[in-house]
Design a protein around this ligand. Sequence first.
Ligand SMILES: Cc1ncc(COP(=O)(O)O)c(C=O)c1O
Length: 407
Amino acid sequence: MDMNGTAYATTLDRTLDGGFDAARIDAESIEELERIGSDKWTRHPGCIGAFIAEMDYGLAPCVAEAIEQATARGALGYIPDPWKREVARSCAAWQLRYDWTVNPAVIRPVPDVLEAFEVFLREIVRSGNAIVVPTPAYMPFLSVPRLYGVDVIEIPMLRAGDGWLFDFDAIERAFAGGCRAFTLCNPHNPIGKVLTLDEMLRLSDLAAKYDVRIFSDEIHAPFVYQGYRHVPFASIDERTAMQAFTSTSASKSFNIPGTKCAQVILTNPDDLDMWMRNAEWSEHQTATIGAIATTAAYDGGGAWFDGVLRYIERNIALVNEEMRTRFSRVRYVPPQGTYIAWLDFSPLGLDDPAGYFLEKAGVALTDGRECGECGAGCVRMNFAMPYPLLGECFDRMHAALEADGLV
Ligand SMILES: Cc1ncc(COP(=O)(O)O)c(C=O)c1O
């Protein structure tokens, strides 16, 4: 492009706001989103994709540019040590957002958070043991442990007024019964809970009493709404640092999960030794292009992400308003973070609301039963879509319910 005055001005504006363009996103149509070709918009053609956790907000310009430059110079070989170090350095710098000063030497690359979870199950929990999973849960937390011979103990979260609480009594019973591992998802997909410091300290007390290790999935950390704060579990004190096996990624906040580069933050030195001995193969599968995209995102994407978060906060205000008005019979606790809402349609007598809305409204949601036994009658909704399409989602869902006399 010619570097004429207009182009320069555009570049300057984009630098100031990180290039996040809410007006362009508002104008995005279903057809355009389908043309991009994501799983979210191609699995159920013609339907609004609100199931898989991807956002429809394009790429941060700094990430797109880094990927273009890398492909132009052909930097697509196996991940080299300098990029591993860059991922660690930039991830550590990003953690300063949460007032966590972490040594980059304990941060290692891994293709995705689930691979980190698999290493945790294989090497730390080990076959024949069990892990607590608070439910409703991110679906693979329930299915993957079984692949490693690990039993899942589902412990439903308790609904308390306008919030969710851990059932600490049930958690303690599981630990007292011999379970030595816990899955912490903070912020919690799919209920959007942001844990408080007190809750994490109470969990840490129990973990200390029963010698429990905690897989801390902090992939949604950047998505915390105003009034809430993300506290990395391992950052609290020396004890939590020893209990935690943390994994995070830029893949949700920058919508780059297909580039395959997440991170483990191994604040327990034994875990780091184990990782260097037994997880080299996992690390090697991390994609170089993902390391490049991730480094660009962490180093230069903060302003773009802040634009995303403002957009998400506008969307959640709409979800909250719809639940308060047209969907007031749906049981709902407003999330405090993430871009996911948990909607309980059981008061309307719907057994399979995901199937119902796919068929009758052309809206593709996640079946709550995949998130645990407590999810019958519920759906998980990804609302990180263009604002007008979110409005259309609710119009379609409401029209279906109205036609069936359910509202
Ligand atoms: C809580 C949580 N953890 C992990 C993942 C998957 O991350 P990855 O693609 O890095 O395995 C997701 C994706 O939606 C998620 O919501």
